[in-house]
Design a protein around this ligand. Structure first.
Ligand code: FES
Length: 178
């Protein structure tokens, strides 16, 4: 009989995650985070949100309000790679609009309007670009996150190089920081 011991731990199912968080005060945020990580395209689908509401015995409206309040939750499927451009005041005054426009142009995305949405994914699913109001690192503006890694004092040149690098490497398994 083959051994069940492996070096890779099996990912929990959504129902197992719900069981882990059930009845714990303030558990919804962590559960939503874990549920999003489970999903290949890093988003919370409607069936997932419904299952969480049912499993946690919470109103669906409450689950939705938490999922829509925090910018790190996605309600749409995300690309394999992610770029998050800070559009807060400090970053804006140090050129974040040019960075955003560069990222959009380099990834061939047209028609994105910041006043209508804070995220967009390339049609081929290669990458998603998202804007945030502040990373809390204003002294290091402008700030852009690429596949989970924060890059401070970003320049157009460094951003172009980072995007080109994404084309050569597979999407990350998990976010990291440096
Ligand atoms: S405004 Fe960009 S990090 Fe604060």
């Amino acid at each position: 009989m083959p051994s069940t011991t492996t070096t890779q731990r099996k990912a929990p199912t959504l129902d197992e995650l719900i069981e882990r968080h059930k009845g714990k005060p303030g558990a919804l945020l962590g559960l939503l985070e874990n549920a999003q990580e489970l999903e290949k395209f890093r988003y919370l689908s409607e069936p997932t949100l419904r299952r969480i509401a049912e499993g946690m015995a919470l109103p669906l409206s409450q689950v939705y309000s938490v999922a829509t309040f925090y910018s790190f939750f996605n309600l749409e499927p995300q690309g394999l790679h992610s770029l998050v451009v800070c559009r807060g005041t400090a970053c804006h005054t140090r050129g974040s609009l040019e960075l955003l426009e560069t990222a959009l142009a380099r990834l061939g995305i047209e028609g994105f309007r910041e006043d209508e949405s804070n995220s967009v994914t390339t049609p081929d699913g290669f990458a998603s670009i998202r804007t945030v109001a502040c990373f809390g690192q204003c002294a290091l503006a402008p700030v852009v996150q690429v596949d989970g890694t924060i890059h401070s004092r970003m320049t157009v040149g460094k951003l172009v190089a980072a995007i080109e690098k994404l084309r050569k490497v597979p999407a990350p398994e998990a976010p990291k920081s440096k």
